[in-house]
Design a protein around this ligand. Structure first.
Ligand code: SF4
Ligand code: FE
Length: 484
């Protein structure tokens, strides 16, 4: 692995020059800018764990392409054990960062494209699979971070990509040349975009033949000519100034993933980086495989976050003197129960994994959808209980500036103290952490990341085999079951 640890990863970002804007101004160094640096540090943890003895077995894998040791974030799952190790790795990373560490999107893109490129070649006689393996070997050997770029702006949602009044609402091929293609459009909500090395572009919906110019899978470096990123605004992001080490809640790592718009304004993609080019009938399986992998992940990374939140609230109740109250213990029990229920579904969809014809392993898609659907509820319920237990001062707490003020600092210390012997600063810090993990934009990702709840419900009903269930009921009652 070329990039061996977090420091090398951070250094590598200083060597590339993507075009990034934030609040109307250019960011020249994402590793030092206060808006992006916390996200860089969270992603760096995915590199750091590879050299941590305790977690190395989870964080690295053996490449089936080269036999070399690689980061699990660049690995094509070869069996159920790989799927389960990934789940365990994501939970640990959630615990260590308390936020989104971003690198799973590229991993899921790699796994989805790998199996689908293989299937396109088998049916169409193309050579996407070999190209993809070459590109992936490069990613694995250099240990690069890949942003999986799927979500298009979509314009008028009632119209297909080809029917949009503005053709750029979905990324599409504007020109096919002997040496490659030109693409145009944008991807939104790109987690980890500003601190990745490569962009893996994939279609966002299942398409039909008239939209074939939109059926494109390819990769470009983040600093390819014509690529522009706009980093998103997050709640309380102005609190990331160095002085705000208490008020920012999570000074080391960001509140959520760190998302960006990535615009492609006539970007050239050479032939060897094109992995689908017009094969619209394969877009459905690509989107679905990507989504299933990502939905499975949410029961892992988010449980890591919930572990931190449950720990924070439990500590707060200790230093406020409420920990022994029976209703507090019951609410903490419920938080743990919800957290472990989520984790169970992430493990379950991995344990029920299956091999695609390429040999890459997929999660069980029904259970992965159930997993993500539960995230859209349980994470919110855990957050609700956390706010309930923390108390109203989460919303009324004075700032760090007041705590440190010569004039009023003594008042803040006195009136926001808890049990004797614990500094008020600890209570303020832990409260700000809870605020950061339950408020603002913190939970939006749990609702909409990896697909909004309705996307999972559609798949749950589709895969729910209602016919079979009706037959079961009829058979028990002796009602005749028509044989097909
Ligand atoms: Fe990974 Fe979770 Fe972030 Fe998605 S939301 S990129 S699964 S940490
Ligand atoms: Fe996400």
């Amino acid at each position: 692995m070329k990039l061996k640890n977090g420091a090398e990863y951070i250094d590598s970002l200083r060597d590339i020059k993507p075009v990034i804007y934030y609040k109307g101004e250019k960011i020249n160094d994402v590793t030092r800018h206060p808006a992006t640096a916390p996200h860089v540090r969270a992603a760096a943890m995915t590199y750091a764990l590879a050299s941590d003895k305790e977690y190395r077995d989870l964080a690295v894998a053996t490449s089936h392409l080269t036999g070399r040791t690689i980061s699990r974030f660049t690995h094509v799952h070869q069996n159920i054990e790989d799927l389960i190790k990934k789940v365990k790795l994501l939970r640990v990373l959630g615990q260590k960062t308390g936020t989104c560490f971003q690198r799973c999107v590229g991993l899921d893109g790699i796994n989805a494209v790998y199996s689908v490129a293989y299937e396109i070649d088998r049916k169409k006689g193309t050579d996407y699979f070999d190209r993809f393996k070459d590109w992936l070997t490069y990613i694995q050997d250099k240990n690069l971070m890949v942003v999986g770029a799927m979500t298009d702006p979509k314009g008028d949602r009632s119209k297909s990509p080809a029917d949009q009044p503005d053709p750029d609402q979905y990324v599409h091929v504007t020109e096919r040349r002997d040496d490659g293609i030109i693409i145009r459009g944008a991807k939104l909500h790109m987690t980890g975009g500003v601190n990745s090395h490569e962009i893996l572009i994939m279609p966002t919906v299942a398409m039909e033949e008239p939209s074939r110019d939109y059926a494109v899978v390819c990769s470009v470096p983040v600093d390819a000519p014509g690529v522009t990123m706009i980093f998103g605004r997050q709640a309380s992001d102005d609190r990331r100034d160095k002085r705000e080490r208490i008020d920012s809640g999570k000074p080391a790592f960001g509140a959520v993933g760190g998302e960006a718009v990535i615009a492609f304004e006539d970007v050239f993609v050479p032939q060897d980086r094109i992995f689908m080019n017009g094969e619209a009938e394969f877009t459905g399986s690509l989107v679905y495989r990507f989504a299933a992998h990502h939905r499975a992940n949410y029961g892992a990374c988010k449980t890591g976050l919930m572990d931190v939140l449950i720990g924070a609230v439990s500590y707060l109740t200790l230093i406020q003197g409420t920990a022994k109250a029976s209703h507090v213990r019951d609410k903490v029990t419920e938080m743990i129960h919800l957290c472990e229920t989520l984790y169970s579904s992430s493990i379950a969809c991995s344990a029920e994994g299956w091999a695609t014809v390429s040999g890459a392993y997929m999660v069980d898609t029904m259970l992965a959808n159930v997993c993500k659907q539960n995230v859209t509820r349980f994470h919110f319920e855990v957050a609700r209980l956390a706010v309930d237990l923390a108390g109203g001062f989460l919303a009324t707490l004075p700032s760090q500036y007041d705590l440190e003020s010569e004039d009023v600092g003594h008042l803040v210390k006195k009136y926001f103290s808890g049990v004797e012997g614990v500094p008020t600063e600890h209570r303020m810090k832990i409260s700000r952490l809870i605020e950061a993990m339950t408020g603002g934009t913190a939970l939006v990702e749990s609702m909409h990341g990896a697909g909004s709840p309705q996307a999972q419900r559609i798949m749950i009903l589709r895969e729910g085999e209602l016919d079979k269930k009706i037959k079961l009921a009829k058979a028990l009652l002796g009602i005749p079951v028509k044989k097909k």
